[in-house]
Design a protein around this ligand. Structure first.
Ligand code: 13P
Length: 336
């Protein structure tokens, strides 16, 4: 077992998943302003520190993805943030892409940037304590999209990033996110997501990435937000498993889904059924941003001093996701 494989397994095994608290300052500002809070380095840290010091972190969160600002911040205890996370038995990770930019010759699509100077940045993040990394490619669905150009160029960038992360002894989270926006049905999502993931693995293999030392972070297979054809949770699970079984090489240790705009309970319930029906060898868990944090952010926004209540809200969501990662979640647990 390689060191990278050990790290990957430590992050996602035994009902643990990932807390994606790596919103860029722009995205975090939108989230804070949506609950009428001012976004400053201090308020961003205050909210995140409340989550990182919650009781359920130790039991449910195997890895925390940080943003550049946060990995350099100091907690109120005086600890550096990566030390705080390591201290509770979790692993600090870092988002290393610099965002999705307009794709030349297909202006309605994006290419994720951040490769220039990446090796040097990775070394710096390793010294700060990061042991895994994240890069997100973004794809939209419509009649003409994602284009071959977007599929190809984002897969290539993801593979170059993953190879560099492994060279620097960190596990790359490979995140090709096919967005939920649109009127498409779930079969279109299945087809396009499969095309995207297969291309990513073609490139990862060409770039000689050790597949036992990555974590795939995909979307679940859902119908578009504006689709007239909604599908049941059982169908979400069946189509998601079909997609992953057919497009992910079996060396990959695990899959950690993004929540992608699903409600927190929806993201939990879907993960639970996927795990109940999991007929693959992959660990299937969560790497949620909104579905883990949104409820806690609402509680906090009502009274920023009420740390206990905010942590209770987060603890509950983390516990529900953790149960779902083992197929042991029940809806009636949500009322507690
Ligand atoms: P969501 O779970 O809110 O989709 O965020 C996950 C993530 O890390 C997106 O890159």
């Amino acid at each position: 077992m390689t060191e990278l494989n050990k790290i990957a397994l430590k992050i996602i095994s035994k009902g643990k998943g990932i807390l994606a608290s790596d919103e860029s300052n722009g995205t975090m500002t939108k989230r804070l302003e949506a609950v009428k809070k001012i976004s400053t380095p201090e308020t961003r840290l205050a909210f995140r520190e409340i989550l990182f010091t919650s009781e359920m972190m130790r039991e449910c969160i195997g890895g925390v993805i940080l943003y550049d600002e946060t990995i350099n911040q100091i907690a109120s205890s005086g600890q550096k943030i990566p030390e705080l996370i390591t201290g509770i038995g979790s692993i600090p990770g870092i988002k290393v892409d610099t965002g999705a930019k307009v794709l030349s010759n297909s202006h309605e699509e994006t290419i994720t940037e951040g490769l220039d100077g990446l090796r040097e940045r990775l070394k710096k993040y390793y010294e700060l304590g990061a042991r895994f990394t994240k890069w997100r490619g973004v794809y939209k669905i419509s009649n003409k999209y994602p284009s071959q150009l977007a599929i190809h160029s984002n897969a290539h960038a993801l593979a170059r990033y993953a190879a560099l992360a492994q060279e620097c002894a960190m596990v790359p989270i490979v995140e090709p996110e096919v967005l939920m926006d649109g009127e498409h049905n779930a079969d279109v999502c299945l087809q396009k997501t499969s095309d995207v993931i297969k291309k990513c693995f073609d490139e990862l293999i060409i770039h000689k990435v050790d597949l036992t030392g990555i974590i795939l972070k995909p979307n679940m297979i859902l119908s578009g937000n504006d689709s007239n054809y909604k599908i049941s949770k059982e169908e979400v699970s069946a189509k998601t498993l079909e997609c992953l079984k057919n497009s992910v090489p079996k060396e990959v240790p695990g899959i950690a889904f993004l929540s992608g705009g699903q409600s927190d309970i929806e993201a939990t319930e879907n993960l639970n059924i996927i795990n109940k029906n999991n007929n693959t060898n992959f660990i299937m868990t969560y790497s949620y941003g909104r579905a883990l944090q949104q409820a806690a952010l609402r509680t906090w926004s009502k009274d920023m001093k009420n740390i206990k209540e905010t942590q209770n809200t987060f603890n509950h969501r983390a516990k529900m996701c953790s149960l779902a990662a083992e197929g042991k979640w029940f809806r009636n647990l949500e009322n507690n």
